[in-house]
Design a protein around this ligand. Structure first.
Ligand code: LMR
Length: 325
């Protein structure tokens, strides 16, 4: 009897603890907590843990603490991390179509990017990597990219011979080669030091990344170029996601949609504020670009579109252009 009771209570204890153990969800990214992505990840944790109280525990790892570029995608596919939000420039190994977001001067502003992402063509891209074990849960904005360098960049010929750090994207490589630059693919966590030590002379990033990673302290000039976009796709491991209990998946999905809305609002509202902070610190000079100079950059970089049209698809490029009003 005693023995039976002991077994029953042991089973109950196991059952109880198995039920009580929350599903641990690791959300890893490479930027700081103050950026749109950083804030969206923290919002996701808050919302998911509220909606699914006791059922999930979300652990957010920012600033490349857990995985940096290059490693994070592999880790997701292996199941070592459940959610990541890489820049759209970092997906070409998985789908060449997403290279569309790197084409220089394709989108006039973030609102146009948003319209394209919301279109049928944009939404289809979220599901384009399922066979590779990746599901896109949504797009998340950061902002338009600004050129920075240790010399002012007015005309595109000013970039000749300059070394530029780029994300791991062949389109971005072609973009800087088109103006005679020497692009180098480097992980985000290495950019500050590469700029500081002169491994590279310049780079491109939106204001939130420039400010929060202090790139303005190691660059003499930042140009208001808005020549391209840096946005993200929030992705998850398809096998893991599809095996989640339906109520958990639903709750996580709702939390994700809301957290993305929140992050996008941060992206819209705070882009100018990050720019203003860079100006206020007065370490790098922020230079406007004239219409003539911007037109010259656009002309110099335009051949990149044709170069990648085969991989991306002419139809998709047209659909993206339609999003510009
Ligand atoms: C970069 O590598 O410059 C960006 O993709 C970093 C990020 O996640 O915003």
């Amino acid at each position: 009897m005693k023995f039976k009771l002991a077994i029953v209570s042991a089973l109950l204890a196991v059952g109880f603890s198995a039920q009580a153990a929350p599903i641990v969800i690791k959300y890893s990214h490479v930027v700081t907590d103050v950026t749109p992505k950083g804030q969206a990840a923290l919002k996701f944790k808050e919302l998911a843990e509220k909606k699914l109280a006791g059922k999930v525990e979300v652990q957010v790892f920012s600033n490349s603490q857990l995985f940096g570029d290059g490693k994070e995608m592999e880790a997701l596919v292996l199941g070592d991390v459940q959610i990541i939000a890489p820049s759209l420039a970092k997906f070409s190994k998985y789908t060449p179509k997403l290279q569309i977001f790197d084409l220089p001067f394709l989108f006039t502003d973030i609102a146009a990017v948003d319209r394209f992402q919301a279109s049928k063509e944009g939404q289809d891209l979220l599901r384009s990597m399922e066979k590779k074990g990746i599901i896109g849960l949504g797009y998340l904005h950061n902002g338009m990219k600004q050129l920075s360098a240790n010399a002012p960049l007015g005309s595109p010929t000013d970039a000749k011979g300059m070394k530029f750090r780029i994300q791991s994207s062949d389109v971005l490589e072609a973009q800087f080669k088109a103006v005679g630059g020497n692009p180098q693919k480097l992980a985000f966590a290495e950019v500050y030091q590469a700029l500081q030590t002169g491994v590279v002379d310049g780079t491109e990033n939106p204001w939130s990344n420039i400010y929060s990673k202090k790139f303005h302290e190691v660059q003499k000039y930042i140009m208001d170029s808005n020549h391209g976009v840096l946005d993200y796709m929030v992705i998850t491991n398809a096998g893991w996601w599809n095996k989640l209990p339906a109520d958990i998946r639903k709750g996580l999905n709702e939390a994700m949609v809301e957290s993305i809305k929140f992050g996008n609002k941060v992206a819209y509202d705070e882009d100018a504020a990050f720019r203003a902070k860079v100006i206020a610190e007065n370490k790098a000079k922020v230079l406007p670009m004239s219409k003539e100079h911007l037109a010259a950059w656009r002309t110099a970089m335009q051949p990149v579109w044709k170069q990648f049209e085969g991989e991306i698809g002419a139809d998709l490029i047209q659909a993206a252009q339609k999003a510009n009003k």
